[in-house]
Design a protein around this ligand. Structure first.
Ligand code: SF4
Length: 326
């Protein structure tokens, strides 16, 4: 494992069995053999349409979801086969922030207890006094006040609830935070505030993020590198500048063509994708994107493309970049 990598995932598959026909086992292949690394101190954005497997992958790499096969190494420890009990000490290293802060906060617990609970579980305070100090310090880090500690989740706005969700994740002083659509349930003006907060916390606390979202503008704002997922696989992974300025995969090009630009005079050719994302239960053969790809070739229908390295930090899975086919 590269010393700079906080997390390495190799050929991770997350399959769900479905009712089979004629006794044959069938699966929904939510994540279908994904490999990537997360470097210390970076934000890796993961984008794709709903159903592409990005949230499942996020939950899988922190073992909130069992993986079917593959290897996950977190801070040098192979956690691939860890059950919930073995994972408990590792939860100090990796925490999640969820999309819907209201659903993820226990409505019967005060904000104090929501943040104190993980601290108690991990024995992070010697006594009640230290616990109180730590809870209040964590609240302040996310821009809330001491008096908020005695209130309950329903007394807060959506943005404040997400701040509480972030505070709960920070309670155990993790290295890695996996944020699953953390701002998509919030109003746009509130989104910016929460993203700014996450940026500041990352710098102040030396955090590393995996940031899962469907909104490319949000991902562009916060990420250092971005992976684009389609039907359970990455199709392109690159540093932010390369991906947004020089998208190589037709799917990335289509997604980016739909992002509004601030300059009304700027001309941008919109690539319209036909049809919906196919089912992960019965994905297309060859390149999984071939049923919607405007540049589809014959080979794409039967042969899955390999990984092509375009530059040091930019790789793409597409036959268009296969020198042998040129
Ligand atoms: Fe399109 Fe073929 Fe590239 Fe797939 S491999 S994205 S179908 S050109």
């Amino acid at each position: 494992m590269g010393t700079n990598n906080l997390l390495e995932a190799t050929d991770v598959k997350i399959y769900y069995p479905v009712a089979s026909s004629f006794g044959k086992k069938e699966y929904v292949k939510a994540v279908d053999g994904v490999s990537f690394e997360v470097r210390r101190g970076e934000v890796l954005g993961i984008v794709g349409e709903s159903g592409c497997g990005k949230s499942t992958l996020g939950r899988g790499v922190c073992k909130l979801e069992n993986i079917t096969s593959g290897k996950i190494v977190l801070d040098g420890v192979d956690i691939s086969n860890f059950n919930a009990a073995k994972m408990r000490p590792m939860r100090k290293k990796v925490q999640m922030v969820f999309q819907d802060p209201y659903a993820s906060l226990n409505p019967r617990m005060s904000v104090f207890d929501i943040i104190a609970e993980p601290m108690r579980i991990h024995g992070l305070a010697k006594n009640n006094e230290e616990l109180k100090e730590k809870v209040l310090a964590t609240l302040r880090k996310v821009g809330l006040d001491d008096y908020h500690a005695n209130r309950y989740p329903h007394e807060f706005s959506g943005g404040q609830r997400q701040r509480i969700g972030i505070a709960r994740a920070l309670a155990v002083e993790p290295d890695l935070i996996i944020a699953d659509e953390p701002v998509s349930a919030l109003d746009v003006s509130i989104q910016a505030q929460v993203l700014n907060l996450m940026n500041v916390l990352k710098k102040d606390l030396n955090l590393t993020y995996i940031f899962v979202a469907h909104d490319l503008s949000v991902v562009e704002y916060i990420s250092d590198r971005v992976g684009v997922m389609y039907l359970g696989n990455f199709v392109e992974v690159a540093d932010k500048k390369s991906l947004y300025e020089n998208p190589m995969h037709p799917y990335t090009q289509a997604l980016l063509s739909a992002v509004p630009v601030p300059d009304p005079t700027a001309k941008k050719k919109r690539v319209i994708l036909e049809g919906n994302i196919p089912s992960a239960h019965n994905p297309p053969s060859g390149c999984k994107f071939h049923t919607r790809c405007p540049k589809c070739m014959e080979i794409c229908k039967t042969v899955a493309p390999e990984k092509y390295q375009a530059s040091e930090d930019h790789y793409v899975y597409c036959h268009l970049y296969d020198d042998k086919l040129k």
